[in-house]
Design a protein around this ligand. Structure first.
Ligand SMILES: [Zn+2]
Ligand SMILES: [Zn+2]
Length: 220
């Protein structure tokens, strides 16, 4: 834990109020993603569907994707505080939100999207792995490093979907023998490009079923 994390008075990452890194009323107001959802990509829909406008016709390497909350302005503030300002107490908050919304995946192990080495060193921690470890404890599932990066990936932020996909193709490889059913954990599902690239690495390594679990999801 960084020193400033211990010494500074705690302020809510969303509203700035004192006392906690996420205050009770902001926690209460998190925009939880409840059904009906697209069965495949987890996008909120008017009624349950097998594929939705966002994912139909796309080749997705994962069986399903589920997220706890919509990535709105408040959640963006929260995720930035967690990822970029290194407020680690937010990892258990994110895990609690996931547990409250996302059913426990049918899998033998949790994997996580591996950190980009340069960015990880810069920040000194890795939110996706922390979230996977918090979820592993609560769901009683082992957390394994099953995916590795083959090369650094340029920032995805601000890129169109086609560019995002190109950006991450072949960027991941299986790190070891992969169990048949795995859940892949990441902090935010944006376009599904990273999830699909990492899931296809897991499948190359032997997984037949990959469920993606994230804290937040961009809702279009
Ligand atoms: Zn608050
Ligand atoms: Zn969909």
């Amino acid at each position: 834990m960084k020193l400033f994390d211990l010494l500074l008075p705690m302020r809510c990452a969303v509203c700035g109020g004192g006392g906690a890194q996420l205050c009770a009323s902001c926690r209460e107001r998190l925009p939880r993603l409840e059904p009906p959802l697209c069965d495949r990509c987890g996008a909120p829909t008017a009624w349950p569907v097998a594929r939705c406008r966002e994912c139909s016709g796309r080749r997705l390497a994962f069986t399903s994707a589920r997220a706890a909350v919509a990535y709105d302005d408040d959640v963006r503030r929260l995720v930035r505080a967690w990822k970029e300002r290194g407020l680690r107490r937010l990892a258990p908050e994110a895990a609690a939100a996931v547990i409250g919304v996302v059913p426990r995946p049918c899998c033998g192990a949790l994997a996580f999207v591996p950190p980009d080495r340069a960015r990880n060193l810069e920040r000194g921690h890795h939110p996706a792995e922390r979230l996977a470890r918090e979820l592993g404890e609560r769901w009683s599932l082992p957390v394994l490093s099953l995916v590795r990066r083959t090369r650094p990936v340029p920032r995805q932020r601000g890129l169109a979907l086609a560019e995002r996909r190109r950006n991450v193709v072949g960027a991941f490889a299986p790190a070891t023998q992969v169990p048949p059913a795995v859940a892949l954990v990441d902090d935010v599902y944006t376009s599904g490009a990273t999830a699909t690239a990492a899931a296809s690495a897991l499948r190359k390594g032997g997984a037949r079923r990959v469920e993606v679990v994230t804290f937040a999801r961009v809702v279009r």
